[in-house]
Design a protein around this ligand. Sequence first.
Ligand code: NAP
Ligand code: MG
Length: 399
Amino acid sequence: MKKIVMKTPLVEMDGDEMTRVLWGWIKEILIEPYVDLKTEYYDLGLVNRDNTEDKVTADSANATKKYGVAVKCATITPNNQRMEEYNLKKMWKSPNGTIRAMLDGTVFRAPILVDGITPYIPTWKKPIVIARHAYGDVYKAVDGFAGEGKAELVFTDRNGNEKREVIHDFNSNGVVMAMHNTDKSIASFARACFNYALDLKLPLWFSTKDTISKIYDGNFKAIFNKIFEEEYKDKFDKAGIEYMYTLIDDVVARIVRSEGGIVWACKNYDGDVMSDMVATAYGSLAMMTSVLVSPDGIYEFEAAHGTVTRHYYKYIKGEETSTNPVATIFAWTGALAKRGELDNTPELTAFAKRLEKATIETIEAGEMTGDLVGLFKKEGVTPKKLNSKDFLKAIASRI
Ligand code: NAP
Ligand code: MG
């Protein structure tokens, strides 16, 4: 068979532990036999990040800016225990955080739906994609204890003029907090959401609590509305999709009653909480994809889960593991399909869609990894647990 030719390389960011093992197998079994794979390879495994003083992470983000599409394997974020385990020079920052900051991106998470794995909310027939603003609010807040006395919010402009407002006059002990965001970051978030909704041809819902937080959340609402009216309204009309702003309480109620098929833009904290709720309700973290989209349309695809450490320790002892590769496969297919779209190589995009279909059909036929077996219920199909490699081969047989 003639292999599919790629015009532009993908930026390939390799990673750690069990997902690094799966990474190699996915390429070998599912991609390289069909595609003349062109990548610019960056090893973001912890050993190489330590060896390069984490320069490799910045290099990979710069390459992503240059080429426009990257695929990333899960990576270890070092903590004290990893410092010892890997004898690290420094507690390097989370690569995802570094890449997100360099691309100024928004993270979109979407579940992969399979017939036989029913969401806990059975009316959800289509994916709910959560877009989480990844800057500021409570994650960059300053907080502290207060005793008897007056807490004030003070703003000093560059000329030294002060604006003060009493937060609370305390007669007993309490707590205070101040947080911030910037118009620039909110605007980037808004554009990333509008672009992504257009890409997926799905409606976009954005929610805050602006009835209570009139200035802070009101500012989010106003920036979204202005950018929508000035830059996106016509495109949305043409695509036949709508943008809706409403209160977060209202969206929660609407989401639960919906069929799915929505991009839900959330402020930082809301996105943190709601993405875990939505992921769990769809069944499994191993079936959740994640894509970072920059405001100028740069894409980085990955799985939402981590490096699956517990399985890796079994693997290095020579034991078989049944680690689920689906989200990592979909990171690859997402990146290949996007590359095909940008390069005008429809055969590459078509291959990516075929691989996704083969993956879903394999599970629907009852062949799956251990984490899914307990969740799977389909008339006339008895789920069978395969190890990771046999599962990949079962997918290959259906491409
Ligand atoms: P994790 O790797 O997602 O795994 C947590 C547990 O979830 C696993 O032990 C496993 O449960 C289950 N699981 C997750 N993915 C699975 C899969 N593909 N197939 C089957 N089961 C799966 O999270 P973690 O243990 O908290 O973190 C491990 C490392 O990953 C950490 O060093 C962390 O820094 C890193 N991490 C990286 C990213 C990223 O790069 N995006 C994200 C999160 C975490 P059982 O053990 O019960 O089978
Ligand atoms: Mg969370």
